[in-house]
Design a protein. Sequence first.
Length: 150
Amino acid sequence: MAALRLAHDSSAVLGVPAHITILFPFAAPESVDEHAVQALIASHPAFAFELRSVARFDDGVTYLAPFPARPFVRLTRAIAKRWPGHPPYEGLHAEVIPHLTVAECRVELDPPLPIACHAHEVLLLAEEEPGGRFVRRRCFPLGCERQERV
């Protein structure tokens, strides 16, 4: 999957790891209140999820869809509510669709699904310079995972 991303996802070449975006674009790095971000992220529990299916957006972008998607949507909405000047994808889409981009074009995939995953942190990435590589600026742990009652 890494080689496919490097060949077909321009963000991979710029140092962005495989991820499910919570909010993009965000504030300029120097204006980010990291303590506020940390408090907000810690108020959301860590969670298990699976990458269950291959899907495509109308523009052909190929991605893996997480299930459940709700925890990602809740994180996105919470951050966008706290920082309303930074709507997801600049407000271009009415609906937040969590996804892990594999290719910025239509590619045929047949990965062994589902892929079990665990979300335990949110990374804050920043460009070294406009149009340059992305670097990990900070890692914010999610809160304690809540146990589901059966």
